[in-house]
Design a protein around this ligand. Structure first.
Ligand code: FAD
Ligand code: SIN
Length: 519
């Protein structure tokens, strides 16, 4: 059965849930999410949310400056101002929804942490489980709201535009409109049309395009791929952030993150011979911006031929380590590492997409009635490299902007009739191994050729190999009954293509795009 709504929200991470809570008093909201509601990158966030609360001018200026420096001066300063100055409201909203942040001993001020690239302590957190606390509290609020319906295990396949009415839609032409999405009900194996006056893409990141990633399996770039197919603008895809310190534990996917807050607390990086090495790469040492630290580790590993370096926090009092990082402490114990006594083996892992769906300051994409918020969106905040803990803040600030803008003119919207999803010619179910093997191949060459260090020849090779997988995947897609793995593969191929092509078009080594062939 087809459905209609005022607001269709695709995703159920922080961006999606905080948006839904802000528009639900104005119209009906349907949240479509491909797994269980709390399966999102948000839930895994550890370090916290960078926020100068209470409008202290000097401290806000410093947050703005750190964001600009970290982004290699490629961020849009207006957007940086908007986000940094939006922090007080963002934290107010989160607190109203029940999110608890750790408080200092006096009980009246937030306990602030520090991470790479930050010149001050300004990160609000809930132990090392900030994302879990946020996701859990927002889910509680959403479940209570009578105007919000959540469709778990529903996969958004494609966005509806004039293309589905038989009209020509081109990226170079303005006037493309979005009317909702085709949605796959995973349990009942059927695709239905979900028409909406406003569609909000909040599908998160793309980590699974790479072999080693901190992202859960849902992060397959579906939103970027859908918007690209619908002829929206996608930019800055070459800026894929690798987190320097994922736990080295071969076979574990996703890789478990060792928060940068651990370095903010005093941990240092060492080679396997125990030598500190970050001082020779950057004056901030182990707390340098992420692109620098990841590249430095990559370089050390290339020199030594080893697979990991060490992160060492053993010089700090055990009691304090356990109190600050209970989750990391417990996790490491399960693999035989007592972080109060042992150094932690770490390696870089794909972590965050700085580029994505182009949006303006109201979160509007280049397609009318289509908004993008959270990690899927490229707002201009991050420039060439994201400052740690700025993404949760960005998600809340831009969700609020989208909420304010998207309620305008809602009543006058009339939706066109959309043809049902066409199943014809798609009856086969080929062996699953064809899909999983393609995914593995793609993850391998994306990591080797389009990872932390790139070159012209590596990008060329990646593109050639992707072309083969693209053709095989399109063939499978035309012949097979629709399924989540097949759709995700198709989306990851599209996302990989965008990363490679936009990396090829970048003429400088800047921020997260580092090529040995470019200055
Ligand atoms: P997500 O939280 O990823 O949610 C995306 C949602 O979209 C999911 O519900 C997913 O199931 C759904 N979805 C995707 N595709 C489809 C589809 N086709 N159909 C239906 N649903 C779909 N940032 C910080 O600022 N501070 C931190 O401390 C921090 N720590 C991090 C630690 C880890 C391990 C990771 C992985 C990230 C961390 N980040 C951190 C980054 C931050 O968590 C994310 O950028 C942010 O949570 C993204 O939120 P989101 O709402 O945009 O997307
Ligand atoms: C971390 O805790 O190191 C992750 C912070 C982030 O990705 O912003």
């Amino acid at each position: 059965m087809n459905r209609d709504t005022d607001f269709l929200v695709i995703g159920s991470g922080l961006a999606a849930l905080s948006y839904a809570l802000q528009v639900a008093d104005v119209g009906r909201v349907i949240i479509v999410t491909k797994s269980s509601i709390d399966n999102a990158n948000t839930r895994y966030a550890q370090g916290g949310i960078a926020a100068v609360v209470g409008g202290k001018e000097e401290q806000m200026e410093s947050h703005i400056e750190d964001t600009m420096v970290c982004g290699s001066q490629q961020s849009d300063r207006d957007v940086v101002e908007m986000v940094v100055r939006g922090a007080t409201n963002a934290i107010f909203n989160l607190s109203e929804w029940g999110v608890r942040f750790d408080m200092a001993e006096c009980g009246e001020e937030y306990k602030l942490a520090r991470e790479g690239g930050h010149s001050e302590h300004r990160i609000l957190h809930h132990k090392d489980l900030t994302g879990f606390e946020i996701e859990h509290r927002l889910v509680e609020q959403v479940r209570k709201h009578p105007n919000i319906e959540v469709l778990e295990h529903h996969f958004a396949v494609d966005l509806l535009t004039q293309h589905h009415l038989g009209k020509l839609v081109k990226r170079s032409l303005p006037g493309t409109e979005c009317y909702g999405a085709y949605v796959l009900d995973i349990v009942n194996k059927r695709v239905f049309t979900l028409r909406a006056k406003r569609t909000i893409v909040a599908t998160g990141g793309i980590g699974n395009v790479y072999h080693t990633t901190t992202n859960p399996s849902i992060a397959t770039g579906d939103g970027v791929a859908m918007v690209h197919r619908a002829k929206g603008h996608i930019v800055d895809m070459e800026f894929v952030q690798f987190h320097p310190t994922a736990l080295y534990n071969p076979g574990e996917r996703p890789s478990f993150l060792i928060s940068e807050a651990v370095r903010g607390f005093g941990a240092v990086l060492r080679t396997q011979r125990g030598e500190e090495f970050m001082e020779k790469y950057h004056p901030m040492g182990s707390l340098a911006p992420r692109d620098v630290v990841a590249r430095s580790i990559d370089n050390e590993l290339k020199i030594s031929g080893e697979e990991y370096v060490y992160l060492d926090i053993t010089h700090k009092p055990a009691k304090e380590i356990i109190a600050h990082f209970p989750n990391i402490y417990e996790k490491c114990l399960t693999v035989g590492i007592d972080i109060t006594k042992d150094m932690i083996p770490v390696q870089p892992a794909a972590h965050y997409l700085c580029g994505g769906v182009w949006v303006d300051k109201n979160s509007r994409s280049s397609i009318e009635q289509l908004y993008a918020i959270g990690e899927v969106a490229r707002t201009g905040l991050h420039g060439a490299n994201r400052l740690a803990s700025n993404s949760l803040l960005e998600a809340v600030v831009f969700a609020s902007a989208a909420a304010r803008h998207s309620v305008i003119g809602l009543d006058s919207e009339v939706l066109p009739e959309i043809p049902d999803w066409d199943f014809r010619g798609t009856t086969n179910t080929e062996e699953m191994v064809l899909i999983t093997q393609s995914i593995k191949e793609m993850q391998q060459f994306m990591s080797y050729y389009v990872g932390i260090v790139r070159s012209n020849i590596r990008l060329e090779r990646a593109l050639q190999r992707l072309q083969i997988i693209y053709e095989e995947t399109e063939h499978l897609y035309r012949r097979n009954t629709i399924s989540v793995p097949l759709c995700e593969l198709r989306n990851m191929v599209e996302v990989s293509y965008l990363v490679i092509k936009q990396a090829m078009a970048q003429k400088h080594s800047i921020g997260l795009h580092y090529s040995i062939d470019l200055q």
